[in-house]
Design a protein around this ligand. Structure first.
Ligand SMILES: Nc1nc2c(ncn2[C@@H]2O[C@H](COP(=O)(O)OP(=O)(O)OP(=O)(O)O)[C@@H](O)[C@H]2O)c(=O)[nH]1
Length: 486
């Protein structure tokens, strides 16, 4: 209350006339808003209590020029001094907070120095990079090679992790974004080639780059991405392109095969029949089918459905399709002889051309697998524009941006175990994006911290993330964040 009283005294005049809590919401918007009696932001009630929902439509964010080339260097759209004052008033100047803030600022400064150095290194990359980019951009249609790859496996087998990793390994175009979307922990180092320069990126540093809007544009340009969204739906509703890797004249499209749920005997559930049949029907359309399973789980808790699935797929051979078996999560297997046993079990499996032992998460064995796929590509025009960001990547970016803001604002107060889920993603008719994410906490106390006084913390996280997403995606973004208790 003390802080609130102080706020009431110091706030610019228009806000004094606002009733609390509207007053606070305004305070935490991206910048002081003009008073508009018809538009009082509200935090809706939820099953978990009030204030826990941030909805970006409650905040008027001024338009930015959406074309990168026509933009002037971006300045924060909020008033820094105003925000600083707000911080002091809300959080006070107690020594512990002050120290924490100092450490945070110091850390932030270091990250920015690192990010800048990295960006400079990338910008100074050899000139022949340009040629290489051109090479990819001007591959004539008659020289283009393509491969479609379906990935099939039980839930949790690691399909997404493998797709992300493939993008990361083989395509400089997707590289930065794939790093952004990988599940690396803080401090994880990733290296990638940019021309002849091997860049070492520490995970937060890359995010730091992505956070600086000007740098974001640069980095995205460096990796050759056009910042534009497309929905990569194929002609079947069950299958979507989950990743695209384009290298030299070869493009590989990865497809998810959701809906292939099996019952105990390894056959589709009856109630999902139509969807499942459609999914099965199109499995045979891919040039290569990767059947992936969690080998660690197979060793510790064998799942007969997986074995049946593998056998079933093998038995239904298809003359034009190559099938390979991927034993994933080898990094979790301690005794290598256990791996050999599984390899022995699947050695002479009908219908499979090869098997690979991989870790999609850590990248082990993925290079060999990628090379194998590159070798299978056939002369066929590309399906996808290699310079367009896939919706999958955009979704991951949206999660990362919010996550990063979370870490900024709740820092050490909130443990890393908040569940963060993308609940809804829609491209609206006017081209804007509606993104809904839920932050699921395990304890009421965590939820309270995250929501902040009258929704102030989640509000600020939301406002900043929304601004950043608009800058990255170059379009209007309607972000909704909901804090829930598990
Ligand atoms: N240790 C380890 N974990 C992995 C590996 N691959 C995936 N995981 C983890 O396994 C879990 C499931 O991975 P996903 O890639 O989401 O699995 P999925 O098959 O796409 O799952 P669904 O979307 O449910 O079908 C995640 O927590 C991953 O981090 C791996 O190679 N090693």
């Amino acid at each position: 209350m003390k802080a609130l009283r102080a706020l009431t005294t110091l706030s610019p005049k228009p806000y004094r006339t606002h009733l609390y809590p509207t007053f606070l919401y305004q305070f935490y918007s991206a910048q002081p808003q003009e008073e508009d009696p018809t538009h009082a932001p509200t935090f809706s009630d939820s099953e978990n209590g009030s204030d826990s929902v941030f909805d970006s439509t409650d905040y008027a964010i001024p338009s930015v020029a959406l074309e990168p080339n026509t933009r002037t260097p971006q300045q924060p759209t909020w008033n820094e001094k105003y925000r600083e004052k707000a911080d002091q008033l809300i959080f006070g100047k107690e020594s512990q907070r002050g120290k924490l803030r100092f450490l945070e600022e110091e850390e932030e400064r270091k990250r920015r120095v690192l990010a800048k150095a990295l960006l400079e290194a990338a910008l100074e990359a050899p000139d022949d990079m340009g040629e290489e980019e051109d090479e990819v951009m001007v591959v004539k249609e008659e020289d283009q090679k393509s491969l479609s790859v379906g990935i099939i496996g039980a839930p949790n087998a690691g399909k997404s992790a493998l797709t992300n990793c493939m993008n990361c390994f083989k395509s400089k175009f997707n590289l930065c974004l794939a790093v952004l979307s990988c599940e690396a922990g803080v401090g994880t180092r990733t290296q990638f080639w940019y021309g002849d320069a091997l860049l070492t990126v520490e995970y937060p540093a890359l995010l730091c780059i992505a956070r600086d809007r000007e740098a974001t544009v640069h980095i995205y340009r460096l990796v050759g991405m056009k910042v534009a969204a497309v929905s990569r739906k194929t002609n079947t509703t069950t299958h979507e392109v989950s990743g695209v890797m384009t290298k030299e004249n070869t493009q590989i499209c990865f497809f998810d095969t959701p809906g292939l749920m099996l019952n105990k005997s390894g056959f589709p559930h009856k109630d999902m029949k139509v969807r499942v049949e459609s999914a099965w029907g199109s499995v045979s359309l891919y040039d290569v089918l990767i059947v992936i399973f969690d080998v660690h789980r197979h060793i510790t808790r064998p799942d007969s459905r997986v074995t049946r699935l593998i056998e079933r797929i093998g038995a239904q051979s298809h003359p034009k399709q190559k099938r390979i078996l991927c034993m994933n999560k080898v990094d979790l297997v301690e005794k290598k002889k256990d791996l050999l046993k599984v390899a022995e079990q699947f050695k002479n499996l009908l219908g499979f051309e090869r098997y690979f032992m991989i870790s999609g998460l850590k990248g082990y064995g993925v290079k060999d697998l990628t090379q194998y796929l590159m070798d299978q590509a056939v002369k066929r025009p590309w399906d996808e524009d290699p310079l367009i960001m896939s919706e999958e990547v955009m979704k991951n970016i949206s999660l990362e941006v919010v996550r990063e803001r979370l870490l900024d604002h709740v820092h050490q107060e909130i443990p890393y175990n908040i569940e963060h889920r993308l609940m809804d993603w829609k491209e609206l008719r006017d081209g804007s994006l509606r993104i809904e994410q839920h932050l699921i906490t395990h304890k009421p106390s965590q939820r309270k911290i995250l929501v902040g006084k009258n929704g102030s913390k989640i509000g600020r996280i939301g406002v900043e993330a929304n601004e950043e997403l608009r800058a990255i995606f170059q379009r209007e973004v309607h972000l909704i964040l909901q804090v829930r208790l598990k």
